[in-house]
Design a protein around this ligand. Sequence first.
Ligand SMILES: [Zn+2]
Length: 190
Amino acid sequence: MTDRAHLTVGQLAGYVDQTVPSTERAAIESHLAECDDCRREMIEVQRLTRSLPRRGWLKWTPLGVGAAAVVLLYLFASRGDESSPSVVHRRSGDASPQGPVQLAPIGEVARADTLRWSSPVRLDRYRARLLDGEGRALFAKETTDTFLVMPDSVVLRRNVPYYWKVEGRIGWDRWIPSPITMFTVRGPPL
Ligand SMILES: [Zn+2]
């Protein structure tokens, strides 16, 4: 293992986004060529950015929601410690099992009052988190079901992006996450 620092989330997202300068790109590629951890991380970043609905993605890009923002948001949601953005050690040596898969809401929806998901493997507990477009947590709760009804305190505005994810517990304090999913409630402003 080299003693060079691993790539940051910002670098990986910029690489996926193709927004890093070509000089930095070369350095990133040479690190990726020799670092399994960062390759895995990059694949995760690509998966996250692709998980966004394409129409929604294009629509919100002018608002500055690029791949980097989405990935940072994801890390906020999954770890809540993005105050040190250069530290990217969400890595583990073993192959990660598949996390829960969101069913609804995804993309543009007419209404959203319940978060629903399924799980490829049986998990005994889930925790879901809903974020607004700035990454602020609106709602977070644990359940043994595969859905959560949003409390009345959550009032969703129309035509703005929200993000949510759910994690499933597979061991003592070990959780596997879904991707982060964006949705918007379409319609005239309330
Ligand atoms: Zn690395």
